[in-house]
Ligand binder design. Structure first.
Ligand code: PLP
Length: 454
């Protein structure tokens, strides 16, 4: 085996020499050599075990090494490892029928990709072909992917190094929905969701708007949860203005927020929110294999019956990616993980709120299901973050990263971004594991507290 041919030091050295570390200055990259993973834990080459408090990139929702998903991969490999997307397969038909059971009603035709990025690219192209229009409105504090169009739709600073090219793709940005620190300086509920009015004002004053794309609960940029009336209003505005609504549930889908999909939280009285397209990836296979989906309504699908569908990939609907998705969805159903996400999420939330009382650096704790953010500030009055977006692009080590490094010494890994943590453990996490991880955060936050203005 390869593991017998290289020491761990040689593996890390070769990785740094021959590979790119993502979203970083290369010289600051010192990757951990990971050799094993099981349940909520992974193990490095030195034998140290880490509790995975953010499910890697908020994606290993079933935990590591789920036996049913692994079996599905093995069986598919032994049966039909690849066939081109133009052929019909039992796996694709079976997964599509299963998706009808769990996706919001009305989404009935699926395009399978190998990432969330590509699923968004498909959604943008479909929106443009279907409407004959070009512009797409996204929001600041969002992430929609890394290729040229999807990074162009991304509101966060990862777009900046690609500009002006990225902006040239017809993407516009509305203010994010952030009731803790409203970018248009309103206060909920007195604002009557002025952020939705702002977005409508943009549609009204732009020509040629094909779609609005939003993360229903914003992920990497801080688990921003809109107030209950925002989504029903957004749906109504898009309908009235003839603009498509795309829900990017790459991270917020698959039980993460305590519903199958985040949009399922709203508009329950009126039959639920029905996006025109829903894009997802990550948790659909618990990330064991790369799969993304762009789901569309039957109405959009019907348009392409007699219009050319100008899109496709060699690895589209790859059987090796589809079979484990069937197994992962069945596992979510068998283990009742959506309800579990709600129950464990409220336990986690209580513990995080208790931390806020002890640590002056915590400005806000917010979350839904097993999807939480802890936002750090240096001043409670201005809510100024400990680090800025520019710091990120300049390659400065953020205070949250220092806290995360300290947590790692205590055996817990957590995602740190600009001035907050995204906490999204595997949905199988136990209470004792939550206790252990929150204790590690508690013991490490002193580093951040020192930066707070007294
Ligand atoms: N959209 C959202 C909301 C995401 O969180 C991500 C990834 O984090 C993406 C799109 C891109 O997905 P991928 O990394 O699979 O290309």
């Amino acid at each position: 085996p390869l593991s017998a041919t290289m020491t761990s030091e040689e593996v890390v050295a070769a990785t740094k020499q021959f590979n790119y570390g993502t979203w970083r200055y290369q010289k600051s990259w010192n990757p951990l050599h990971v050799v094993d993973a099981e349940g909520c834990y992974f193990t490095d080459a030195a034998g140290r075990r880490y509790l995975d408090f953010s499910s890697q990139l908020m994606c290993v929702n079933l935990g590591h090494k789920n036996p049913a998903v692994i079996r599905a991969i093995q069986e598919q490999a032994a049966t039909l490892p690849y066939v081109m997307p133009g052929y019909a397969t039992t796996t694709r038909a079976g997964l599509s029928k299963l998706l009808l059971e769990v996706l919001p009603a009305g989404l009935e035709k699926f395009f399978f990709t190998t990432s969330g990025t590509e699923a968004n690219e498909a959604a943008f192209k479909i929106a443009r072909m279907y409407t004959g229009k070009t512009k797409i409105i996204a929001r600041y504090r969002s992430y929609h992917g890394s290729t040229m169009a999807s990074i162009g739709a991304t509101g966060d600073p990862r777009r900046w190094p690609l500009e002006p090219g990225a902006k040239g793709q017809g993407f516009l940005f509305a203010p994010e929905v952030n009731c803790y620190k409203c970018p248009i300086k309103h206060t909920y509920p007195g604002c009557n969701t002025a952020c939705a009015d702002y977005l409508e004002h943009m549609i009204e004053n732009e020509s040629d708007v094909a779609a609005v794309v939003v993360e229903p609960v914003v992920g990497t940029n801080g688990v921003l949860i809109p107030p209950p009336e925002y989504f029903p209003r957004l749906r109504e505005i898009c309908d009235r203005r003839g603009v498509l609504l795309i829900a990017d549930e790459v991270m917020s889908g698959w039980g993460r927020t305590g519903e199958w999909f985040a949009v399922d939280h709203w508009g329950k009285d009126s039959g639920g929110i029905k996006p025109d397209m829903l894009v997802t990836a990550k948790g659909i296979t618990s990330a064991y294999v790369p799969l993304g989906v762009c789901a569309t309504t039957a109405k959009i699908a019907a348009y392409f019956d007699d219009h050319y569908f100008a899109h496709g990939h060699t690895y589209e609907a790859h059987p090796m990616t589809l079979a484990p998705a069937v197994a992962a969805i069945h596992e979510m159903q068998r283990l009742d993980l959506v309800a579990r996400s709600r129950a464990m999420g409220s336990y986690l939330g209580e513990k995080l709120h208790a931390l806020k009382a002890r640590h002056p650096s915590i400005g806000e704790v917010r979350g839904l299901g097993l999807f939480w953010a802890v936002e750090l500030v240096k001043d409670h009055g201005s809510k100024a973050p400990l680090n800025s977006m520019q710091d990120k692009i300049d390659g400065k080590v953020a205070v949250v990263e220092k806290v995360a490094a300290e947590m790692m010494k205590r055996g817990v890994t957590i995602q740190a971004w600009i001035s907050h943590f995204v906490i999204a453990p595997p949905l199988i996490i136990e209470k004792e594991e939550i206790d252990f991880a929150v204790d590690a955060l508690d013991q490490s936050l002193g580093i951040a507290d020192e930066y707070v203005a007294s």
